[in-house]
Structures are given as C-alpha cells and as structure tokens.
Ligand binder design. Structure first.
Ligand SMILES: [Zn+2]
Ligand SMILES: [Zn+2]
Length: 346
C-alpha cells in the first residue's frame, strides 16, 4: 500500500509500505478521504512539527477492513470518521478531563495513504460510525470541526452580541458555523480572500469585511458602536473575537475591538512572537484564551453537528485530488485565494 511521507521542505514522497497488521485491539481503516490541514501546509512549506519519513494526514475517514477480536462497536464494512487523537488518559491533564493537553499522547497519522491502523480503537472515541450514504469527504472534517467546537466551547462567547471571526480557512469557517448553530445573532467575518468571505456569508455570517478594501477597526466602531471602560474612552463594542488567521496584526486589533471583559480566543498558531497592547488586556480585563485541539466531548459534538448537517461542510471543499497527485493537492491548498479545503482520496 502507499503512504505519503514528509521528506524535506516542499518534498513529499509516496512510499510503498507493507499493509498494517491488525492486532486484537486494533482496527484497520481503508481511507476514503483525507483533508489537508493548515498544519500540514506549514509542515510542507517550512518543515514545522514534522521530521523526515513521518507519514502525513490526520483528517480522514474511510471503511473498516479489519477489526480485532477485542474491538466492539465497529465491524468490518462500517464507514467511519476517525478521531486521530490518542491521549494517554492517565496524566494530570487527562485526569482533569483536558485530554487535548495530554502530556504523553500520540496520534493516528497516515491519512494520506491507502490504509491506517487505529491502535486500541474504541468506538465513539477514536472511530465514529457514519450513517448510511454519508459521504466520506464530509466525514473527513470531523477533526477540524472538533477544533472549532473546542474553541467556541472554551471561549463561551455571548451569542447576542457581535462576534468577530478573523481568518476563514477551514477552522475559521467551522467556527462561524458552530457559532451560528448555537444561535449567534451577529457574526462578522474578516479575511483577505473574497472566495473565503463568500463561503462564510453563504453559510449565514451576517457581515464580511476585507482588510484589503476597508479599515476593519473604523468600520466596526461605526457599525457596532463603541464602549468606555477604565482608562479606555473609546473601545469597540464587540462581545468576543476568534483569531483563526495567524496574521500578526489581528490580536492587537482584537484587543482594541473588544468591549471590557470580552473573551478573545486565539486558535491559529503564529509563526513569530507578537507585541501586544497589554494595557488593553489589563484595563478591560479581557479574557485571552488559547484553544488547542479538542477533547473527546468536543469531538462527539462535532460528529453530531456534522452528520445532522447543522454544520454543512460541503461548500468548503474547494478541490479534490487523487493520492498520486498529492503534491499538486498541497500546492492548491497553500493558495488562500482559491482554496478552502483540499481533499485527497486514494
Ligand atoms: Zn488538522
Ligand atoms: Zn494524558
């Protein structure tokens, strides 16, 4: 069988390897679709978070082709979405339910390949059985949608106030849809890609702003008003902000847009350290929250949103490629003007 491995910057190889053996607690999945994550693109272009010969691909779904004797709840022939996270379950963070912060976890990578073995597979935790006919390319969004659910769950944004989402890659798009599914009444989306703005507006976002065409701060101060807080005579009136772009001007801008006590959720990784207006943070008691990965509970909620189509990821699929064309697929994903989510299928 084939698997895609990272070799060096902008160099992927498609390796021929032995098919995985299925132990008594394992499940082997024949991959049907695997999405390219923003982190995969950073690995591809910069060598971030990866080493030579490591298999790539963690956003995948497929069909069970082998299940060990100790596995229950999944059978050969089931079509499944895979949660690739494998926290240890016993470290201090896992013990308090923060499995996303596990200090000893591993993961099931290799979704850009013909088959993946999920070790110690537990149905409803690592594998979610899909309804009949639910497309595998949609099921491959389970992982990024779980990240979005985590961010919203963790930030607890007030849903009746303006919410600004910066950066409309897959995670930002999923954050928008999770907010709308929860009843958010005024979601403003910001991105430089007209394609990505249009997708978020089509999904129900209330207003789109392109920083290439307008001054986002002035526009939101004019349309959503301003607030005063201690030593801050002219703050914005935004109730919460989600930073999904990784662009360095965004967090300082978010500090200015937010009303006092607003949550600001940082989801995108930034390549470089930032300088931030700390006085805004202090004097407005902003709640600056990192959000990383997801817990099993977030994943279950993401699965429910996905299969009920209360989050509809179909319009987010911008390109489809065969596994043999994985390099072209990565090149397509790295262009924000034309891509949202590129899906690769063996
Ligand atoms: Zn990912
Ligand atoms: Zn752990």
């Amino acid at each position: 069988m084939r698997v895609v491995t990272w070799q060096a910057i902008e160099t992927l190889s498609i390796d021929e390897v032995a098919a995985p053996e299925c132990g008594p607690s394992d499940v082997v999945v024949s991959v049907g679709a695997c999405g390219i994550c923003g982190s995969d693109v950073h690995s591809y272009t910069e060598g971030a978070w990866i080493a030579p010969s490591v298999p790539m691909g963690h956003e995948y779904a497929g069909t069970v082709i082998a299940a060990g004797s100790r596995v229950s709840g999944v059978s050969v022939g089931d079509r499944v979405a895979v949660n690739p996270a494998a926290p240890c379950g016993s470290c201090p963070r896992c013990t308090e339910g923060r499995h996303n912060l596990c200090s000893a976890g591993s993961g099931h990578s290799g979704g850009f390949g013909d088959q993946v073995v999920v070790r110690d597979a537990v149905a409803g935790q690592h594998l979610f059985v899909l309804p009949a006919d639910f497309p595998l390319e949609e099921a491959a969004f389970l992982e990024p949608l779980s990240v979005a659910v985590r961010a919203v769950e963790h930030a607890e944004p007030p849903l009746d106030e303006p919410i600004v989402v910066f950066g409309l890659g897959t995670i930002g798009q999923c954050v928008v849809q999770v907010l709308l599914a929860r009843g958010a009444r005024d979601v403003i989306v910001v991105d430089t890609s007209p394609r990505r703005l249009a997708a978020a507006l089509a999904a129900g976002a209330h207003e789109g702003l392109n920083p290439a065409d307008c001054d986002v701060r002035a526009s939101l101060f004019a349309s959503r008003g301003t607030t005063a807080s201690p030593y801050q005579p002219s703050s914005g009136a935004v109730g919460s902000v989600f930073e999904c772009s990784g662009a360095s001007p965004v967090l300082p801008l978010a500090f200015s847009l937010a009303r006092a006590a607003a949550p600001i959720s940082a989801i995108a990784l930034a390549a470089h350290p930032l300088s931030l207006p700390v006085d805004d943070l202090v004097q407005k008691e902003l709640r600056l929250l990192g959000s990383f990965a997801y817990t099993a509970r977030d994943c279950q909620e993401a699965f429910d949103l996905l299969v009920s189509r209360r989050v509809d990821v179909r319009p987010l699929i911008s390109h489809r490629f065969a596994l043999a064309d994985v390099r072209e697929a990565f090149e397509a994903q790295r262009d924000p003007a034309t891509s949202i989510k590129v899906v690769v299928s063996p």
